[in-house]
Design a protein. Structure first.
Length: 561
């Protein structure tokens, strides 16, 4: 006999007393559920035994208040009593509910459960949970609110609880588990380059970075794990989150644990300034590097939920022309002071490309085209390139797109896939399938300034002996000199001039605007260097990079560090 049938028969034999038209809930196991009145009296017909050989009709129609209360009471009473099988049988999916209900006591170490129903609203009943979480000699009270919904079972139409993990705890999704024990990773105290503590109170956007540092260094930084009740995410929950893989979530901390220490390369003054720069803007991200070493000095996002600065995957727009220009210069397809075409339109691979506001430059040089960010000056050279030329340039010279950076926290290392025809032409101007983030584009400027690629890093490789990525070759002296001249000229006289006004010394810059489908305004990009600082920023759906991302980068370069 199945579990649900056994439970149904037990329910039929435990007939509640009818008092004045109300059914009084029985006290079960000495604890019971709070006083609970059901309107409408008992349902003798539903409780009656079906005559031998007679096939029971499947119940249908809206649930009555009595049915909702009865099904909810059966589930909550069994759960509170610790009878996982009976509680599961009171749902529409016993196979899924059973293991979670069993694990509630066994894996989550939750005991002394008291469930208090709230005010029913139709088929939905909220309830509160009070319990104790106990692990060895540690214990703490646990309280939270949840809710259940009653539906008709498909097989017989009887009222049952519509099962979902969120009934057990609102933080649970399909595939998740509740577990109490030592935290998977000991906590860490992250320090800036001067030894000061990095906290989200002081630097609100560093949350994802601090989480990444704990994940990477928690087990090796000398700390001891605490004990906590947490949600362990399952595959279904991870697959359901398309933007970012959800992390396990701590629900109750029984003991804090002892943190280890991890020193980063972040500059406290530049980090604070970066936080201030993005705070007043929507969807803004910025990174500052030291070109001579690759040290990350600052990284900030206006939204603390996702680290776009390190993990974003966005078309970089015309900031990509720094890499494309190095390719054209190396191949002799352009030279700064030689005539270079910049027509209003250029058709390639069946696509008609144009410049911003459809401008053109008559009898201009490559330097003039770069400074004004002429799209057709680059795409007009696409027929002379091999499909993999831009990909190889990005990988071999700028260290991008190989997925081999070892920064110390999770990063996206850029992508410049091999394409042909029109998509290859689009890639030259940072559209198509090219994807970058501020960390990648700050590294591009840093490579130009330093003359060679230094992989960015947040934690010194000496801490854990990891190997940093390297580039397989460098630009020739002639190409590097011309590229620096292009960026310097753009900072002084081109599209970056307004933002870079007052940024003195050895400087270079490039603006970018990346068009995005179904987005009214483009993503604004800006990358630049000054002395031994390089930075890049993006402000999404905001407009031209010189007007949006440029002031962020320029302010940080002016401050220095």
């Amino acid at each position: 006999m199945g579990t649900r049938r056994r439970v149904a028969e037990r329910r039929r034999t435990r007939r509640p007393a009818v008092v004045g038209g109300l059914v009084a809930a029985a006290v079960v196991g000495g604890a019971g559920i709070a006083a609970w009145a059901l309107l409408g009296g008992s349902d003798d017909k539903s409780a009656a035994t079906v005559a031998a050989g007679e096939k029971a009709a499947v119940k249908s129609g809206p649930l009555t208040a009595a049915e909702v209360d009865s099904a909810a009471r059966a589930f909550l009473t069994a759960w509170q009593r610790g009878d996982a099988d009976e509680a599961a049988a009171a749902t529409d999916d016993p196979e899924a509910a059973g293991p979670l209900l069993t694990g509630y006591a066994k894996d989550a170490r939750i005991k002394d459960v008291t469930l208090t129903p709230g005010t029913r609203a139709g088929d939905r009943l909220p309830f509160s949970v009070k319990a104790t979480v106990a692990y060895d000699d540690l214990s703490k009270p646990l309280t939270y609110d949840s809710a259940l919904t009653v539906v008709r079972a498909k097989a017989d139409g009887e009222p049952v609880v519509d099962w979902s993990p969120a009934v057990l705890h609102p933080e649970l999704r399909d595939g998740d588990r509740l577990v109490t024990g030592e935290a998977g990773t000991p906590p860490v105290t992250a320090l800036d380059r001067d030894g000061g503590e990095l906290t989200t109170e002081a630097y609100p956007s560093l949350g994802p970075v601090l989480d990444g540092l704990r994940e990477k260094y928690g087990k090796t930084a000398g700390g001891e794990a605490g004990v906590e009740l947490r949600v362990v995410r399952g595959k279904a929950a991870k697959d359901d989150d398309k933007d970012a893989e959800p992390a396990d979530k701590t629900l109750l901390e029984l003991s804090e644990g002892t943190p280890g220490e991890v020193r980063t390369t972040l500059s406290p003054s530049l980090q604070k300034a970066a936080e201030q720069q993005v705070a007043g803007r929507d969807r803004a991200s910025v990174v500052v590097l030291r070109p001579s070493t690759g040290e990350i000095l600052a990284a900030a996002n206006s939204s603390a939920g996702f680290n776009t600065a390190f993990q974003g995957s966005l078309a970089p727009g015309s900031t990509m022309k720094v890499i494309s220009a190095s390719l054209l210069l190396e191949k002799g397809l352009a030279a700064n002071d030689k005539a270079h075409p910049c027509p209003k339109y250029f058709t390639y691979g069946g696509w008609k490309f144009q410049n911003d506001d459809k401008f053109q430059i008559d009898d201009g040089t490559f330097k003039a085209s770069f400074a004004r960010s002429c799209n057709t000056a680059f795409i007009s050279q696409a027929p002379k390139l091999k499909d993999d030329d831009l990909t190889r340039q990005a990988q071999q010279v700028f260290g991008l797109g190989l997925d081999d950076w070892a920064v110390g926290v999770p990063t996206f290392d850029g992508a410049v896939p091999v394409t042909s025809n029109a998509p290859m032409g689009a890639a030259l101007i940072g559209q198509g399938l090219v994807r970058m983030n501020p960390l990648n584009m700050a590294s591009v400027s840093a490579t130009v300034k330093a003359g060679t690629f230094h992989q960015p890093y947040l934690v010194s490789p000496s801490v854990d002996g990891r190997k940093l990525a390297t580039a397989s070759r460098t630009m020739s002296a002639g190409t590097l000199g011309q590229l620096r001249e292009l960026m310097s000229y753009t900072a002084a006289y081109g599209t970056a001039a307004e933002a870079m006004a007052g940024v003195t010394g050895d400087v270079g810059a490039k603006t970018g605007s990346a068009e995005v489908d179904n987005q009214k305004k483009p993503n604004g990009w800006f990358t630049a260097y000054r002395g031994d600082l390089a930075a890049a920023a993006v402000v999404q759906s905001a407009g031209h990079g010189g007007d949006t991302a440029g002031p962020i980068v320029a302010a940080l370069l002016r401050q220095g560090g």
